[in-house]
Design a protein around this ligand. Structure first.
Ligand code: PMP
Length: 397
């Protein structure tokens, strides 16, 4: 075992008993290189983070420019810092006019926590609803939104007052009532296996929220930043959420999250009590500088480029063992007959130089969420390798 592996296993806290343990040397574009010099095509972008590929020149320049001026100077919300101002102004210019106040935090789960607190504070209600099989984060509030008891029972008691309904099932929407502060949704359920719902579902959801005075919170942590083709997935459905939650690709590879709402709603976190939500590092200037550079580039990518890549993947990944491809844009779930085949294919892909994985609640689906600017040639190479990996696995079983 290499010295690096020994240190990793000895000193770094594990998250599972079977980490991938690739020893990373460098990463550029869609290619990750390990310390032995082996190259991998990255089909998952660090789980929907590196959407412009690794080591992007413009993002790197923005980081260095900001570091030369200053890094942390004060907790969030006190000093005027140009990178936060610039990012908030650009983001709001790309959003519907009702989403005009940005609260910057450090991660996805924190952004969800902030959105939940905001909904309770604004509505004065405590009940929150979420959809079954969604993942919204690992801190206590966000974990409480998870319907899957296997991953949360060991950590009870969690936040009370959470109810679940089925994603895409319009008949469940009547369970949203005048007691519901907010319902948290994704527009493509990522960890459920890149699941989509009927177009009409989201309009019905928003209508029910408006009838009951319930805030619609959109978790676009995975689906935002053009991952599904549109800059934000809610744009596919003409449904504007009351609170938008971003993280992952939003930071351009740096840790940054945000929840965005209308000024009137957001204002409530600053009064009665003041300091209703505070964070030391939220909106770190270096992260905001990276995010602004990244957002400028991502917002200029055409939807067409994403669908061209999606179509190529859908056309190429045809195999008797692939029973379905779910998802939208470059958030795709390749479904196999069973978990065993999928897990074997993922292992074989990594051996063959393709980085992929499965979804938390869909272990029989292989995840495809590459950098948005992956070349068509890289996609062709990756799909050929996936197909040959499937052949290797299925010829053994
Ligand atoms: N929501 C969704 C949809 C996610 O995919 C994730 C992360 N996988 C989160 C929330 C939590 O984000 P973070 O890991 O940055 O806390």
């Amino acid at each position: 075992m290499s010295a690096a592996r020994e240190i990793f296993l000895r000193y770094l806290a594990p998250t599972s008993t079977a980490p991938l343990m690739l020893e990373i040397e460098s990463a550029e574009g869609s290619i990750i290189t390990d310390t032995s010099g082996k190259k991998y095509i990255d089909l998952i972008s660090g789980i929907s983070v590196s959407s412009l590929g690794h080591n992007h020149t413009e993002i790197k320049k923005a980081i260095i420019r900001q570091l030369d001026k200053h890094a942390h100077v004060m907790v969030y919300g006190e000093f005027i810092q140009a990178p936060q101002n610039n990012l908030a102004e650009l983001l709001c210019s790309l959003l519907p006019s009702t989403l005009n106040s940005c609260y910057f935090v450090n991660s996805g789960t924190e952004a969800i926590e902030g959105a939940l607190k905001l909904a309770r504070r604004f509505t004065g209600r405590y009940e929150i609803m979420a959809f079954r099989n969604a993942y919204h984060g690992s801190t206590a509030g966000a974990l409480s939104l998870m319907s899957n008891s296997y991953f949360k029972d060991a950590f009870r008691p969690l936040v009370p007052g959470i109810k679940w309904i089925d994603f895409g099932n319009a008949s469940h929407l009547k369970l949203i009532t005048e007691n519901t502060a907010a319902i948290v949704t994704e527009f493509v359920q990522a960890e459920a296996g890149a699941l989509t719902a009927e177009d009409s579902f989201f309009a019905a959801l928003k209508k029910r929220c408006d009838e009951t005075g319930t805030l619609l919170i959109a978790d676009e942590i995975q689906t935002g930043m053009r991952r599904t083709g549109k800059l934000f997935a809610f744009e596919h459905y003409g449904t504007v959420p009351d609170v938008l939650v971003l993280a992952k690709a939003f930071g351009g590879g740096m840790p940054l999250g945000a929840f965005i709402a209308g000024r009137k709603i957001m204002q409530t976190l600053s009064e009665n009590p003041p300091l209703g939500h505070i964070t030391t590092f939220g909106g770190h200037p270096v992260c905001c500088a990276a995010a602004e550079a990244s957002l400028k580039i991502i917002s200029a990518i055409s939807e067409k480029e994403i669908y061209e890549r999606e179509n190529l993947i859908r056309q190429m990944l045809v195999h008797p063992s692939i029973i379905n491809i779910s998802g939208k844009g470059l958030l795709l779930g390749i479904e196999f007959e069973n978990t065993e085949i999928c897990q074997q294919v993922i292992k074989q892909c990594i051996l063959n130089g393709i980085i992929t994985d499965w979804f938390l609640f869909a272990p029989k689906k292989l995840r495809i969420a590459p950098p948005l600017n992956i070349s068509l040639h890289e996609i062709q190479t990756a799909c050929k390798i996936i197909l040959s990996s499937v052949n290797t696995v299925t010829s053994k079983t």
